[in-house]
Write a protein of this length. Structure first.
Length: 177
């Protein structure tokens, strides 16, 4: 009974953060909700054991990432079509740049997970490594590769290139007597 209460409290406290993480990872709120539900279902079964670990949330996040990868592989095998489908639209908070999210969705799953955890969830490299089950060096290299790909894509995008052009700086002149 105490485990059920503790798990319920964990879910209530972390549900929104987990949904945000999954949404940023997948780009689709419905898929995100499914992934979180599946991960929490797996976590609930093992809660008595996980509760004693350092960070049960890392287990849930890892389950979400693994679920995303499994779905991606399954869809990749099952969705071969004759014509390119229209891109699915998703609802992002108005504060986010739609072009940047589009470019983020083009990254490989691991690179995208690293960037989402680092910059969207504000996790340290060590936390990300624990969450993804890899070495901190892998987190650094994946982050570096992902940022390089985003920079290249942003530089090629005319909208961003225009924003990035250096603006003439104001010159300050002082007269000395």
């Amino acid at each position: 009974m105490a485990d059920e209460v503790a798990f319920d409290a964990f879910v209530r406290a972390r549900m929104l953060a987990l949904l945000r993480f999954a949404h940023a990872l997948t780009g689709d709120p419905h898929t995100a909700a499914d992934l979180v539900q599946d991960a929490l279902e797996r976590t609930g079964v093992r809660w008595a054991k996980l509760r004693r670990t350092d960070d049960p949330e890392a287990y849930v996040r890892r389950a979400i990432v693994n679920g995303r990868t499994s779905r991606w592989r399954k869809l990749r095998r099952e969705s071969l079509v004759d014509a390119v489908p229209e891109p699915r639209s998703h609802v992002d908070p108005a504060t986010h740049d739609a072009d940047l999210w589009r470019l983020l969705s083009t990254l490989p799953p691991r690179q995208r997970a690293v960037l989402v955890l680092r910059y969207y969830e504000d996790m340290s490299e060590e936390q990300i490594a624990r969450t993804l089950g890899c070495a901190p060096g892998t987190v650094k290299s994946q982050s570096s590769k992902a940022l390089a790909k985003l920079r290249t894509a942003l530089a090629a995008d005319e909208t961003y290139a225009a924003r990035a052009e250096p603006k003439p700086e104001a010159t300050w002149s002082t007269q000395t007597s």
